[in-house]
Design a protein around this ligand. Structure first.
Ligand SMILES: [Cu+2]
Length: 115
């Protein structure tokens, strides 16, 4: 028995710090990946009326969202920069509205341009 106790059990410090950095990004990546009890999902259809790139907000005139909201025009954050970049005023879109259980945070993702 001459195995060194150092080799297998000592965590690599650089691996640990990388994990610490990546974990929050992974949580933001997609609401579908969050635990089911934390986020509610709704399908939203509507027309993009305005875009606010500084805050990555899309103003959308949306249809009724059953169980959540009547039709209205309102601001939706779009967390994913790539998705926001594809939006244009006048587009008819369909998207998933993700809302944290406490209702303090909501955003659109999985945006599909229908027209
Ligand atoms: Cu609304």
């Amino acid at each position: 028995m001459t195995a060194s106790p150092e080799t297998s059990s000592t965590p690599n410090p650089s691996t640990l710090s990388r994990r610490a950095l990546l974990a929050p990004l992974a949580l933001l990546a997609a609401c579908q990946n969050k635990p089911a009890e934390e986020v509610k999902f709704y399908t939203v259809r509507g027309v993009v009326k305005a875009l606010q790139p500084a805050d990555r907000i899309a103003v959308v005139q949306h249809e009724t969202i059953p169980g959540f909201m009547e039709s209205m025009t309102m601001e939706f954050p779009v967390k994913n920069p790539d998705e926001f970049a594809k939006l244009q005023v006048g587009q008819q879109i369909r998207a998933t509205l993700c809302q944290t259980q406490k209702g303090l945070d909501f955003w659109l993702e999985g945006i599909v341009v229908e027209k």
